[in-house]
Design a protein around this ligand. Structure first.
Ligand code: NCD
Length: 319
């Protein structure tokens, strides 16, 4: 694999391979010193044109745990402000010797453009409304671990709730969950569904109460108000009453059901309960698993040797 830009490009084999490799990286992360020399000498550059907390920090941590060097491109203080084009910027950074670019951008398709401008690997860390493949991988890994599903998601029912239209997380998750065999239901008002929803292999409902008692995973999305040019719901209070996880709905969830959210979370809107009080919440595990998943992705793209051993060698303990 040269790039990771979308779940479709990865395919089911790639998805399964990366989830198995993530298992291994999670094991490495449980070591007292979770650092391995696997990517020593490689350079990973984070190029984020949009805000990020979890994704950027976890890519940086993942690269460091594999002993890669990291560069972070700060858009706000760069020569882009002097009129330099995106292409010239990428080619300039590339000339310094970059093995992988991790790219987040507000426009769909930018990771594909970047891969035309560099000989290095490109990882899509979110492009517009389009895809966010490493989020889908960490979501799959979290479900697989929490529900003991290393053989796939056959028979699982996953509901994705909320602002599907603007969500690159939803698009990547739908592709990954269905590829692994899950049945996916989208729960949203018409105004928050993507135009091509009929082409997706999903069921669509507009009433959360209809499905809440029967699902294995409740995946809540953030209302992405920064991407909305018009009011798509009458009010946030109305949204919460129809689509939010309220205490009454939380009581109707099955005993084994997981509650997930990619973050950042709007408390009181889609999440109208305290998630720390939900027995099925795996939101913190999603964040933790983000590091192991991104280690697996970077190792798969840039590593050449065998998998890093889980038991540290003596020389690693002192490095
Ligand atoms: C998401 C994103 O930026 O696409 N967050 C994330 O990466 N964890 C979802 C969002 O912004 O709502």
């Amino acid at each position: 694999m040269k790039h990771l830009r979308s779940i479709d490009e990865l395919g089911l084999d790639g998805l399964s391979r990366l989830l198995d490799l993530t298992e291994h990286m999670a094991e490495v992360n449980r070591r007292p010193n979770p650092k391995v020399p696997a990517l020593r000498g490689k350079t990973v550059c984070n190029v984020f044109f949009e805000d990020s907390t979890r994704t950027r920090l976890s890519f940086e941590t993942a690269a460091k745990r594999l002993s890669a060097d990291t560069m972070t491109f700060a858009v706000g203080s760069s020569s882009l402000n002097k009129g330099e084009s995106l292409r010239d910027t990428i080619e300039t950074i590339g000339a310094m010797g970059v093995d992988a670019f991790v790219v987040r951008h507000g426009s769909s398709g930018v990771p594909w453009q970047v891969s035309d401008w560099t000989s290095g690997s490109v990882v899509n860390a979110g492009d517009g409304w389009h895809e966010h493949p490493t989020q889908a991988l960490l979501d799959c890994f979290t479900i697989r671990t929490a529900l003991g599903r290393s053989d796939g998601f056959d028979g699982l029912h996953i509901a994705i709730v909320g602002d599907i239209k603007h969500s690159r997380v939803a698009r990547s998750d739908i592709a990954a969950f269905t590829a692994l065999g899950a049945a996916v239901t989208l729960v949203a008002p018409r105004t928050l569904l993507p135009p091509a929803v009929d082409d997706l292999d999903v069921t669509v409902v507009d009433d959360l109460d209809e499905v809440i008692a029967d699902i294995d995973v409740l995946y809540l999305l953030r209302m992405q108000r920064e991407r909305m040019r018009e009011a798509l719901v009458p009010s946030l209070r109305e949204y919460t009453s129809r689509f939010g996880l309220t205490p009454a709905r939380a009581r109707r969830l099955g005993e084994h059901a997981l509650v997930m959210h990619p973050g950042p979370m709007n408390r009181g809107v889609e999440m109208a309960v305290d998630p720390s009080e939900l027995p099925g919440s795996v939101i913190t595990q999603q964040v933790t698993n983000g590091i192991a998943v991104r280690m697996a992705v970077l190792f798969d793209l840039l590593g050449s040797g065998p998998r890093p051993p889980v038991e540290p060698r003596p020389e690693e303990e002192t490095s």
